[in-house]
Design a protein around this ligand. Structure first.
Ligand SMILES: Nc1ncnc2c1ncn2[C@@H]1O[C@H](COP(=O)(O)OP(=O)(O)OP(=O)(O)O)[C@@H](O)[C@H]1O
Ligand SMILES: [Mg+2]
Length: 366
């Protein structure tokens, strides 16, 4: 429900282009001051939702409230929201400070106030000494920082960003992610950020809305999504996991003819157990050395071993598909590719999910 901490509410948003549906239905309450990220695969509706909020396109159905006021009545420029998009370029004929000053001139702020605000915004993005440079004299990362300063200089209540770091190299992106977190803390305003990069979402966000096929499948903290995914799609999209498909019936789970122990709230029908790599224990093929609580045990063959520094990751081929096991490096055994192994887990450590994915046969038939 909407309450005092809600700054923006989206209700039943649908967007169609002729026959094509870009947004099936989106309902969302954005909390005041949060860093909210839209995460999802290409074509899932992230940009469409952001464009609806910004006022660049109109919804086919549904409504939006900003601080309780209908947003649809306002033109994009009247919404007073900050926007930083990958393609939302700087004005090439204006210096960095000219670009940042532009929205303040539009708002008829006095010259002395403008000068102070522009300098503060450029300093916030650590470009205080670049005020007189033109965009062509700035690197891609510096240009995006000027764009950010321009978007926040008039203190919009919400800043909308669509893959603003998408065109930058990894090192620069990682640094700017930390900068964005700092700027978010300093401004205290609400950030809505779009990315298809789950690591970026985990680094930045207070909450993440996971988009799939024009809907939000789940919204929560990184922790919620990792530990308690509500759908198989979310479980697979966030982090790594081993997924074993089978059938839930009478409180039991059967996969490829064998029973596995499950606990908690047990679905019925086609479903899956999902286990995170750090919750699987690994041993030799006889299972000695697996902890007692790892009552579910499956055999397989090591397909690949990846060294991650503090941990080692094993990909294990099994009759249920590939399993992923991660063990701390100091506990790693001298296993090699091709070795037979056994891995196991405690029922408590598995997430139980309904299987809503399209069966492989149906996909290949189309
Ligand atoms: N103007 C348009 N006309 C027709 N279909 C559109 C239009 N704009 C978007 N779509 C469709 O709507 C769906 C959602 O697009 P959207 O741009 O929101 O995806 P996205 O989640 O931002 O993806 P990406 O990560 O690739 O940017 C896509 O299937 C897209 O093809
Ligand atoms: Mg997009």
């Amino acid at each position: 429900m909407e309450n005092d901490s809600t700054i923006l509410s989206l209700r039943g948003l649908v967007k169609r282009y002729g026959e094509a549906t870009a947004l099936e239905r989106v309902d969302l309450d954005v909390r005041r001051g949060e860093f909210l990220t839209f995460l999802g695969p290409s074509g899932s509706g992230k940009t469409t939702t952001l464009n609806l909020i910004a006022g660049f396109i109109e919804a086919t159905e549904g409504s939006m409230l900003l601080d309780g006021e209908p947003l649809e009545k306002l033109q994009a420029h009247e919404r007073n929201l900050g926007v930083v998009f990958q393609h939302y370029a700087l004005f090439p004929h204006m210096t960095a400070s000219g670009n940042v000053e532009f929205p303040l001139k539009q708002r008829k702020m006095s010259k002395s106030e403008r000068t102070t605000a522009v300098q503060a915004a450029l300093e916030m993005v650590r470009l205080g000494s670049y005020a007189d440079r033109y965009p062509r004299q700035l690197s891609g990362g510096q240009q995006q920082r000027v764009a950010l300063a321009r978007a926040v200089v008039y203190r919009p209540p919400i800043l909308l960003m669509d893959e603003p770091l998408g065109a930058l190299d990894k090192k620069l992106r990682e640094w700017l992610q930390l900068e964005l977190r700092r700027i978010h803390r300093e401004l205290g305003s609400t950030f809505i950020y779009v990315t298809h990069d789950q690591e970026e979402a985990l680094v930045l966000s207070d909450r993440i809305a996971v988009f799939n096929e024009g809907r939000i499948e789940q919204i929560g903290s990184a922790h919620d999504l990792y530990d308690a995914p509500e759908t198989l799609f979310v479980g697979r999209f966030i982090g790594e996991s081993t997924v074993i498909k089978g059938t839930f019936a009478d409180g039991r789970f059967t996969a490829a003819g064998r029973g596995l122990q499950v606990t908690g709230s047990i679905p019925s029908g086609r479903g899956a157990v999902l286990i995170r790599p750090e919750n699987l224990a690994i041993s030799g093929p006889d299972g000695t050395g697996l902890p007692d609580r790892a009552v579910n045990r499956i055999e397989g063959t090591i397909e690949d071993i990846v060294y991650l520094g503090p941990a080692r990751k094993y990909n294990i081929a099994t009759e249920h598909g590939t399993a992923i096991v991660r063990v701390p490096e100091r506990e790693a055994a001298a296993a090699r590719i091709g070795d037979r192994v056994m891995f196991g887990w405690a029922p408590d450590d598995a997430v139980l999910l309904a299987d809503t994915e399209t069966p492989v046969e149906a996909v290949s038939a189309t």
